[in-house]
Design a protein around this ligand. Structure first.
Ligand code: FNR
Length: 357
């Protein structure tokens, strides 16, 4: 009999048994000492809930809108690369699960299904995550293709001028299995987007700076969300330079080790932003209570990364659907038991930092 999966964390253990070591390590690991990787989770356990009682919670409303796009819950899918290593349907399965759950999926630049293939799965609100390469034409073409394919936003990842040192990947000599390709860079994708993979791989531009954020706005009318903000000063700069949204992220602890957990810097950034643009957060989200804590600290929504790839590995589209449903149900229960019938009831006083834990 198939084991009953009752929470998001269980997928990781099953995925570990199922996936080749090289792939599991690539998905799971963090940079260097992996301090930030552990801290992304540990920090949530230092935040406690302060429920209110005797509030009518017979109906709990989790619907929200991000940049004007209505979604069923404040839980969205982060960009994670190369999903066909997890499951043959890869990003297509993730896209279908996201649309079914009425939430936003972010497609990575380094995906194993192309922008157009993901769009062809049917309607859905999707963002495209952009890495900017030395050849700016590549970024321009990708953005144009995403726009044409009906994507609704560009998530500009700014915390990867160089690839972080993940020592498991170095030991395993990680590389994309030969039967897979980074589909957005395939030569004949039939869309005129003929980018050669050899031109793109390893060519992310370390000179990327705020001027490029401005440049990006000249080539697209899509809103640009800056992903990888960890300080108030950069949040302010992002807004001054035209960002439509801010994603507080440490890249799932895969880039710079010993940066704080994202949940620990969220409040400082929310305060600096002063409601001018939505602040979103990712990193270590595995429970509905984590989502609640992020919202209480002022986030408008959260993104999940590893929870998606592990559930995809275990059970394809059904796995991702189940993860989204479990998080949704957990958030609903947390809200009900905390006396919050809607997202606007999740205020700062509903949580406290437990200093002595
Ligand atoms: C990522 N992440 C990421 N980010 C990005 O901007 N572009 C990308 O291609 C990828 N690829 C990627 C692959 C894998 C396997 C992981 C785990 C992560 C980072 C991702 O968007 C997100 O910031 C983190 O995954 C969030 O942390 P959790 O939910 O994995 O703890």
């Amino acid at each position: 009999m198939k084991k009953q999966i009752t929470n998001v964390n269980e997928y990781e253990g099953i995925a570990k048994e199922k996936l080749p070591k090289m792939v599991y390590d690539y998905y799971a690991s963090g940079a260097e000492d992996q301090w930030t990787l552990k801290e992304n989770r540990n920090a949530f356990s230092r935040i406690l809930l302060r429920p209110r009682i005797l509030v009518d919670v017979s109906n709990v409303d989790m619907t929200t809108s991000i940049l004007g796009f209505k979604i069923s819950m404040p839980i969205m899918i982060a960009p994670t690369g190369m999903q066909k290593m997890a499951h043959p349907q890869g990003e297509l399965a993730t896209a279908r699960a996201a649309s079914e759950a009425d939430t936003i999926m972010t497609l990575s630049t380094v995906s194993t299904c192309s922008i157009e293939e993901v769009a062809s799965t049917g309607p859905g609100i999707r963002f495209f995550q952009l890495y900017v390469y030395k050849d700016r034409n590549i970024a321009a073409q990708l953005v144009k293709r995403a726009e044409k394919a009906g994507f609704k936003g560009i998530v500009l990842t700014v915390d990867r001028p160089f690839l972080g040192r993940k020592e498991d990947d170095i030991k395993n000599r990680f590389r994309l299995p030969p039967h897979l390709t980074l589909k957005n860079f395939e030569k004949n994708d039939g869309t005129g987007g003929s980018i050669q993979i050899s031109h793109a791989r390893g060519q992310i531009d370390p000179s990327l700076n705020w001027k490029d954020v401005k440049w990006l706005q000249t080539i697209t009318s899509l809103p640009i969300l800056v992903k990888g903000v960890l300080t108030a000063v950069d949040a302010r700069l992002a807004i001054e330079n035209g960002a439509a949204g801010i994603i507080v992220s440490n890249h799932g602890a895969r880039q710079l080790d010993y940066v704080p957990a994202t949940i620990m810097v969220l409040e400082e950034i929310v305060e600096a932003v002063e409601g001018r643009v939505p602040v979103l957060v990712d990193g270590g989200i595995r429970r509905g209570t984590d989502v609640f804590k992020a919202l209480a600290l002022g986030a408008c929504g959260v993104f999940i990364g590893r929870a998606v790839v592990f559930s995809l590995a275990v059970d394809g589209e059904a796995g991702v659907r189940k993860v989204l449903k479990m998080l949704r149900d957990e958030l609903e229960m947390t809200m009900a038991l905390s006396g919050c019938p809607s997202l606007k009831h999740i205020t700062r006083d509903r949580i406290k930092f437990a200093c002595s834990l």
